[in-house]
Ligand binder design. Structure first.
Ligand code: ATP
Length: 193
């Protein structure tokens, strides 16, 4: 999957709508300390479904919304759009929006989808919010010292089979539900005898 463009509005320090085009080859983002470079990587993770405030360097999920400054009032929402191209050269536009008090919502190519669908889209494309390809500051040492289970996760993702785990969890939960329904049905039938 190729990331082509990142659009932000009201996300962390990006109060005004901003666009980052990621062209073929190397794209560099330069700027003084605290200007928001790491916030860009966090925006990519967030639109891919990241739900841990800690990995967003936040206390709570709503903290990704522009909090205001002495000169500017806070925003009510944050929105991040990621434009990508999948391995079949199909355009994919993923949007995540969070509103104060209303939680997050996702869209893929303009259609409302569930967080679970987003996890599958990126897992099938061998990437995602926890992809080892997204390397934050200080993470290199973490990758080198990763435990075998974490290393396995990286290999599975590189092999493009991470999506199977998400589907397996889903299938297992459906199976448990069906077993519970069957047990209930057997109880009811026993009552009819
Ligand atoms: P460095 O080079 O020091 O790593 P950086 O360019 O990566 O810095 P970031 O860490 O991405 O910068 O940006 C931090 C800035 O984002 C801080 O100024 C912080 O106040 C601002 N910021 C973070 N969350 C919010 C928010 N919710 N509202 C407004 N500003 C925010």
């Amino acid at each position: 999957m190729k990331i082509k463009k990142l659009k932000l509005s009201g996300f962390k320090s990006f109060v005004e709508p901003a666009e980052l085009r990621i062209e073929r080859g190397l794209t560099g983002v330069v700027g003084p300390n605290g200007c928001g470079k790491s916030n860009l990587l966090e925006a990519i993770r967030w639109v891919m479904g990241e739900n841990s405030p800690k990995s967003m360097r936040s206390g709570g999920m709503e903290d990704v919304i522009f909090a205001g400054t002495a000169q500017r009032p806070p925003r009510d929402f944050a929105e991040v759009v990621l434009q990508c191209e999948d391995s079949d050269n199909e355009e994919l536009e993923v949007t995540r929006r969070i509103e104060r008090g209303a939680g997050s919502a996702y869209r893929v190519n303009g259609r409302d989808v569930r967080a679970k669908d987003i996890a599958l889209v990126f897992a099938d494309a061998a990437t995602g919010a926890h992809s080892p390809a997204l390397v934050s500051q200080g993470k290199i040492a973490g990758i080198i010292t990763a435990k075998p289970a974490e290393r396995r996760q990286m290999l599975e993702e590189a092999a493009g089979i991470a999506g199977l785990h998400v589907r397996r969890k889903d299938a297992e939960s459906k199976l448990r539900q069906t077993e519970a329904n069957l047990a209930r049905l057997e109880d009811l039938m026993a009552g009819l005898d």
